[in-house]
Ligand binder design. Sequence first.
Ligand SMILES: [Zn+2]
Length: 145
Amino acid sequence: MTDHQKPTDGAQSYAVQKTEDEWRAELGEERYQVLRQAGTERAWTGELLDESRSGIYTCGACNAELFQAGTKFDSGCGWPSFYESVRPDAVELLDDTSLGMTRTEVRCASCGSHLGHVFPDGCGAPTGDRYCMNSLALDFTADES
Ligand SMILES: [Zn+2]
């Protein structure tokens, strides 16, 4: 356990470091746009939207564990939604004032890749938090049973 965690300012160094050229080659254009350029996939298009098996959701860029399937819920917003991350330090939250809105951006704490936004509007979430994620930013591994 290291003690170098600072308040998040978007400039911290991540455990996983790659150049943007390396990310682009590794992820492909579609995932690169979301993960590294903070793009947003079109609502209702994500292939993980209707995924309901138990398992674990990991970062599409670095494979870090991000969300348990049990915290996924149907928010009706058109993107996979979770009510909490697998651990508080699994994700990094940053103020995002782009597009004339004040939102909270969610990034992977291991590699700094963009995942989506978290909204405090509840929308049926037990915690009141709605982590609104891009399918393209996540990988899903179903539990073996
Ligand atoms: Zn990551």
